[in-house]
Design a protein around this ligand. Structure first.
Ligand SMILES: [Fe+2]
Length: 233
């Protein structure tokens, strides 16, 4: 199963996941480019779907559906653990990950996860839903994936995110290596990388716990630390 990343509107990232000539478009904001790629590679797009319903992720749906005749899968109707099969043995699993929005989902494939605006490379999405507990549980679900799982996010915010990571954890020795390793195209990290540098999911790291204690912020539970990080930093 392959993941092809498409950049559009400068920092948005959309994806075509394909195997054995069958594919699914996730956040098809570059519908022309995606359709051309599939034509050249002889890939049939079976499904068009989204990581959530924000307009910058759904803007290409209609155009790609018209170009391909693919089936639209409304992300608001997915259930936890739902399987999307591309061909025999080639499937994606839907993870419900409310937080950025209540309709946010991630797609887990063999060795990768497409995270939309839930988890970015080196940062996390804004909690527009207002439900930080839900967001915390969603991120814990992603943190529990194998460390070598590749993380394909919905935007390239890497540079700004790393500056913020340095400002929160100036002594973190892993940030420079992360910056050097992360590619411009495709933009991808791993869950293990994120656990080393992404301050918002490092709520169990001793340096972060210490930082919150020094500032007299709530730090007793993981959920409290995550909430403090999201509200203060
Ligand atoms: Fe969004």
């Amino acid at each position: 199963m392959e993941v092809k990343q498409f950049r559009y509107a400068s920092d948005n990232l959309g994806y075509l996941v394909h195997a054995q000539g069958k594919g699914i478009a996730i956040d098809a904001g570059a519908p022309g480019e995606m359709a051309d790629y599939c034509r050249n590679q002889d890939i049939e797009i079976l499904y068009v779907t989204n990581t959530h319903t924000h307009g910058d992720h759904t803007s290409g749906n209609q155009a790609l559906l018209e170009k391909t005749g693919a089936e639209f899968l409304d992300c608001r109707q997915f259930s936890q653990g739902q399987i999307i099969a591309l061909s025999s043995g080639q499937e994606l699993e839907v993870l419900l990950t409310p937080g950025h929005t209540m309709d946010s989902v991630c797609f887990k494939g063999d060795g990768f996860v497409i995270t939309g605006d839930t988890l970015f490379n080196a940062t996390v999405g804004n909690c527009f839903s207002g439900d930080l507990d839900a967001f915390y549980n969603s991120l814990k679900q992603l943190m529990a994936l194998p460390g070598d799982t590749r993380v394909f996010a919905g935007h390239d915010y890497v540079e700004a995110a790393l500056q913020e990571a340095v400002s929160i954890e100036p002594g973190n020795p892993d940030i420079d290596g992360y910056r050097a390793a992360i590619g411009k195209e495709p933009v991808v990290s791993t869950i293990a990388d994120e656990l080393k540098v992404n301050p918002y999911i490092r709520f169990n790291a001793p340096t972060i716990v210490q930082l919150l204690k020094e500032r007299n912020l709530p730090s007793h539970t993981g959920a409290e630390r995550f909430t403090a990080l999201m509200e203060v930093f």
